[in-house]
Write a protein that binds this ligand. Structure first.
Ligand SMILES: Cc1cc2nc3c(=O)[nH]c(=O)nc-3n(C[C@H](O)[C@H](O)[C@H](O)COP(=O)(O)OP(=O)(O)OC[C@H]3O[C@@H](n4cnc5c(N)ncnc54)[C@H](O)[C@@H]3O)c2cc1C
Length: 511
């Protein structure tokens, strides 16, 4: 292809969540612009398989499914999904502590002032309930209730009720594969043995083709590297380099194991901190996904496995799987005619379920910067800058969870408590600590309510609050808080149970 020719043939390398999400989105949005004779092909190896974890999401996945045209009930049935209203954090700030980081909103904004300043005022006076009592997402999660949010009912707490999903990662890839193949994506089975790069000319260094073990050569104009942590194209062929963040995000191992379901069917992920990491619990329709994410510097794998298996709610359903990772990101995400999507582009650990979101954002950004003809350096540079920024903001939010602890019961937690954090995070913590201020930084993923819930939930105590919160008489502020809490509580009590909702709306056929 000449540098000024339009992109016609796209090759996606890898068929995990990243590969098939990319294929589905491209099939839906790009097929026409590639023109007759254009192609979207996906190469994957059954022998290598997919990572098979990655089962909790955040609400933005709804936008992805909607944009691609995937009906929610069908998707949930196919992937045996449940609803997720937030994440419960147990033993993080201190052993015995628990709080829920709920999606949606907390309280109600009045005039110019965010709700939490009134809450901080009344809490100092000893008259406020825990922050979660003012959030419908949190109260509904605690009571295992669920309904869809009602943005068409402004003023009601239901307007801001937000959800995401827990789903089976293997079934999701299978569902997206069938969806994509029906829309013209061609799947090629085989193990890639060689990556061919153009030797000279204006395309020097570009990926020309991938070659399978049986000699099949798959050439393309534009390559999307979804090969997982191997980073077959981006890291191995194009040597993108890796920015290692393990000094801030110290966990580097995980063990995953499913267990039998138990009642109630909770509409939230649970993250329980242990001595050198934390354990996830993700309830699906047919099983509970569990995993122990830990730091190999502070715990060996036998001990980590013993802790995981000792903390399952139901009968163990399979042998534990051990995984290794290194937190960080690729130094460049897009090089020449290749973009990394998914684990090939970096991994920030699963604490806030952000990886699938990063896949979604990468796909949306590739479409925003889709090359018209050839590859423009300014496009590529902007793509790389925006993606790096996105990773960094999420990184800070994750580090916050480790840093904000008073735990001193293990070397791991002492290390986390004492570690130096990025200056950008230090500033945010100081801002909250002085006058309870919290701001979303530009278009970053996590909104004020997320930062607030984690900072409060893990014990970061502001010295003061916004002075405007003192302008109203105390009894008025108290009545306002009591009213919000009462409305949230009545609204939650009127919602159906999560299990009943699933049964009526999207229960998978058993088997
Ligand atoms: C412990 C853990 C927990 C996680 N939990 C969450 C979570 O709760 N929420 C979330 O959003 N994310 C989570 N993630 C991340 C999530 O799993 C991934 O982002 C997601 O699965 C995407 O993976 P992938 O498609 O990039 O890679 P993979 O699933 O590894 O797919 C790689 C693909 O490349 C193919 N491939 C590789 N080499 C070759 C070759 N030589 N030839 C041919 N094909 C090849 C493989 O066959 C496979 O199809 C978690 C990750 C880990 C490690």
């Amino acid at each position: 292809m000449s540098l000024s020719a339009p992109i016609r043939d796209i090759v996606i390398v890898g068929g995990g969540t990243a590969g098939w999400m990319t294929a589905a989105a491209f099939a839906q949005t790009l097929a026409r612009s590639l023109g007759a004779g254009g192609s979207i092909r996906l190469v994957e190896s059954d022998e290598i398989g997919i990572i098979g974890v990655g089962e909790a999401t955040i609400p933005n996945i709804i936008e992805f499914n909607r944009a691609v045209g995937i009906p929610e009930d069908e998707f949930m049935r196919a992937t045996r999904a449940t609803f997720k209203l937030g994440i419960e954090f147990v033993n993080w700030g201190a052993v015995g502590d628990r709080y829920i980081h709920g999606f949606g909103t907390t309280g109600q904004r009045t005039g110019a002032l965010p709700f939490h300043h009134f809450w901080l005022r009344q809490r100092k006076a000893g008259h406020a309930a825990p922050l979660g009592a003012y959030s419908l997402n949190v109260v509904a999660a605690e009571q295992a209730r669920f309904a869809h949010g009602r943005p068409d009912m402004p003023g009601s707490p239901l307007a801001d009720l937000a959800h995401a999903y827990h789903f089976d990662a293997g079934l999701y890839a299978r569902y997206l594969r069938s969806f994509s193949e029906q829309r013209g994506v061609q799947r090629i089975e085989g193990r890639i043995a060689q990556v061919e790069q153009t030797a000279d000319g204006d395309r020097a260094g570009h990926i020309a083709a991938v070659v399978l073990e049986d000699g099949t050569r798959i050439a393309g104009d534009f390559f999307i590297d979804c090969s997982g942590m191997r980073g077959l194209l981006l890291q191995q062929a194009l040597e993108a380099g890796y920015e290692d963040w393990s000094h801030w995000l110290p966990c580097d191992r995980a063990i995953a194991v499913p267990c039998a379901s138990v009642q109630p069917l909770t509409p939230y992920t649970r993250s329980t901190a242990h001595a050198a990491g934390w354990q996830w619990r993700i309830p699906l329709q047919h099983r509970i996904g569990n995993g122990h994410v830990y730091s190999s510097r502070f715990m060996d794998k036998e001990e980590a496995e013993r802790i995981l298996l000792g903390n399952l709610d139901g009968a163990q359903l399979a042998e534990p799987r051990h995984l290794s990772f290194r937190t960080g990101r690729a130094k460049r995400f897009w090089i020449k005619n290749c973009v990394g999507v998914g684990l090939s582009s970096g991994f920030l650990e699963p604490l806030e379920s952000t990886s699938i979101h990063l896949i979604h954002m990468a796909i949306a950004r590739i479409l925003d910067f889709f090359p018209r003809a050839g590859f423009d350096d300014s496009d590529i540079d902007s793509y790389n800058e925006l993606t790096a920024l996105e990773f960094e903001k999420i990184r800070d939010f994750l580090i916050l969870h480790y840093k904000l602890t008073t735990r001193d019961d293990s070397a791991f937690w002492s290390h986390c408590r004492e570690m130096q954090v990025p200056a950008s995070l230090q500033r945010r913590m100081a801002l909250f600590q002085s006058n309870g201020r919290v701001f979303r930084d530009g278009a970053e993923l996590f909104v004020e309510n997320s930062w607030l819930q984690v900072m409060v939930g893990q014990g970061l105590e502001p010295r003061a609050y916004h002075p405007f919160a003192d302008l109203l008489p105390e009894d008025e502020v108290q009545a306002f808080l009591d009213n919000v809490k009462d409305v949230v509580s009545r609204c939650a009590a009127a919602l159906p149970g999560h299990a009943d909702f699933i049964e009526r709306y999207c229960a998978a056929k058993s088997g």
